[in-house]
Design a protein around this ligand. Sequence first.
Ligand code: C2E
Ligand code: MG
Ligand code: MG
Ligand code: MG
Length: 289
Amino acid sequence: RAKKSGGQQYHFYTEDMMYAAHDRFKLENQLRQALLHKEFYLEYQPRIAMSDGSLRSVEALLRWKNPEGIPVSPAEFIPMLEDMGLITSVGEWVLLTACRQLTQWHSMDLPPFRVSVNLSAKQFQQSNLTEVVAKSLSHAKLEAQWLELEITESLMIENFHQSLEALQELREMGVSLALDDFGAGYSSLGYLKHLPIQTLKIDRGFITDLVYDPADVAIVQAVTGMAHRMGISVTAEGVETSEQLALLAELGCEEGQGFYMGRPMAAEALVEWLTQPQTFRQQLTSKAI
Ligand code: C2E
Ligand code: MG
Ligand code: MG
Ligand code: MG
């Protein structure tokens, strides 16, 4: 059957490709416009302490709506910004905006917490990344200890020595470093040994079925044990249920992030989230007693 319709399939395939190329071209132009017209914005997702549910950090997540007003996933448009060579400028904007926002929160008499900013591997290819970070901090009047940068192992593959040097400089500045999406993709323990990170974020892929899958429990347990012996703190990503939260706390994860505790939200909504009672907080504190 495949052989018979081969010609036809080829025809559809090329048409699909033409549409794909056209869509991509359109999206690229829209992204250029978005940068020009400052249409990007940030949402912030809370990361909490397993010990008492207090807010430890907020992760800044880049957002963009296409001209039809439909939100496009950063998983789709960030790789495009990278290919187009625009991620450095967008990334600098994210950094400065997130730092400024945190300074504003700190001025509001809330218990202190950090801001976590995702860095693209491409941002490590610029020679002045550490200067860019230092400038963002000083412009935002934020101390380095309140900034955490989230990196993925992909940055080590392209430019191991340059990346490692930049990470060490950032660390010396007092910035915190977290390894994001750990276990997804091509994790290598060889890299982990060299990275000057304080936090390891276990990828959502191990959390989704955690409650039903003993293999996931074994992995989370092993990763947590390993991290702790290296002096690294563990955050679980993608926590969606109270059962997952309870199990992760039991397995020794220090911090958690996920829809169960809070979705990514606008800066204004975070203050409300912080000051209102939350089920997860009740769950964690009553368990501690
Ligand atoms: P990430 O850094 O791992 O961010 C966490 C992602 O998981 C976010 O997706 C968040 O909305 C989602 N998430 C959080 N909790 C849950 C949950 O309980 N369930 C599920 N299903 N998802 C959850 P988002 O915002 O779509 O971002 C996707 C990725 O795009 C990020 O993954 C990050 O790699 C990248 N990204 C986002 N903002 C930036 C940025 O400013 N710069 C760079 N370089 N990358 C960014
Ligand atoms: Mg992240
Ligand atoms: Mg992640
Ligand atoms: Mg991710």
